[in-house]
Write a protein that binds this ligand. Structure first.
Ligand code: HPA
Ligand code: ZN
Length: 338
């Protein structure tokens, strides 16, 4: 094993951009399809994997929502989340902020509580038996209406103390952040933090809208910010985190090849960026695979990777003491490798 690989595998990390439905591995999809008697248009795990060739965000979302249809019961969400947390344990991920899309499940007749409690139960166990901290970020599906998002928020408000934030995902083009200004204003009035996917496929102006209209604390993806110099200087001044997802960006053709990814440029511009896996079951790798891919293709060394790992804690919704503790551990690991 190379020194870089060893560093990646043992370095403490936080993951801030992970859709729990996107961690559904083909094996579990098959198992749940059988267990719940849900028909899926695949006959084998290989069949499912072979379908994962995407043209853009929408072509992925079509398959991703279809896959999520096997998730029906609380134990399904528990199993899904436990599988992800076990991966975290193997990959030295110490803190997770997990996105979930309740509308994907409530639109099929499921109760909000079913998905919420199933994920929370696993998170609780992860905290106790694996020492992994974290929580949930409720995402609104932006291809659906403002009214539907508002109803989802109302459904979740009784549990607001158990949410880290609300977010915004799904089809970006044609669904600008401003469409959800009132929903996010209400969430903020209720004391919730906000984040939003912006500038993945959509233009830099969507990142401005997420900041100005939704008053987000972090931008998810945000890689198209480099198209607007004024925006870059704003993001740098305020150190607004961008949760970058390299393998996702290649699979969804935001960049042609990893060597073309702008992560290094974002770092050179002084932006607060870190690495995440987005939908690892669909994009060919969990967090450490993302680290390895950028290290290889963008020629990043241990010092650069340590900055990315430290940024993940800096950007996390956790206490200053906890952040400092992990950052000290990362410094000590770098030191031990010199
Ligand atoms: N972008 C938008 N919506 C999503 C994504 C993404 O990368 N993954 C899951 N839902
Ligand atoms: Zn995402």
């Amino acid at each position: 094993m190379t020194a870089i690989d060893k560093f990646i595998e043992s370095c403490p990390k936080a993951e801030l951009h992970l859709h729990i439905e996107g961690s559904l591995e083909p094996e579990l999809m098959m198992k749940l399809a059988k267990r719940n008697h849900v028909a899926i248009p695949f006959t084998s795990v290989e069949d499912i994997r072979a379908a994962y060739e995407f043209e853009n965000l929408q072509s992925f979302l079509d398959i991703y929502y279809q896959g999520a249809a096997v998730l029906l019961k609380e134990e399904d969400f528990y199993d899904l989340t436990m599988d992800y947390l076990k991966k975290c344990q193997q990959e030295s991920i110490r803190h997770v902020e997990i996105f979930f899309d309740p509308q994907t499940h409530t639109d099929r007749g499921g109760a909000f509580e079913t998905c919420f409690q199933g994920i929370q139960k696993a998170l609780q166990e992860g905290r106790e038996s694996m020492g992994i901290s974290g929580g949930l970020i409720l995402c609104f599906l932006r291809h659906l209406s403002e009214d539907e998002a508002m109803k989802t928020l109302d459904m979740a408000l009784p549990y607001k103390d158990q949410l880290l934030a609300v977010g915004l995902d799904s089809s970006e083009q044609g669904h600008p952040p401003e469409k959800f200004s009132r929903v996010f204003a209400k969430a903020r009035d209720e004391g919730l933090r906000t984040v939003a996917h912006a500038g993945e496929e959509g233009p830099a102006s969507y990142i401005w809208q997420a900041i100005e209209d939704l008053k987000v604390q972090r931008i998810d993806h945000g890689v198209r910010c480099l198209e607007d110099a004024k925006l870059v200087s704003y993001l740098k001044d305020k150190q607004i985190p961008l949760t970058v997802c390299p393998l996702s960006n290649i699979k969804l053709r935001v960049f042609d090849r990893m060597a073309d990814h702008n992560l290094k440029e974002l770092m050179n511009q002084g932006l607060m960026v870190m690495i995440n896996s987005d939908d690892p079951a669909y994009f060919g790798g969990y967090l450490n695979q993302n680290f390895k891919a950028v290290a290889d293709s963008l020629d990043l060394g241990i010092e650069d990777l340590a900055v990315l790992a430290k940024n993940s804690f800096t950007s996390a919704f956790m206490s200053a003491e906890e952040k400092a503790r992990y950052q000290k551990d990362i410094d000590a690991l770098v030191e031990s490798m010199n």
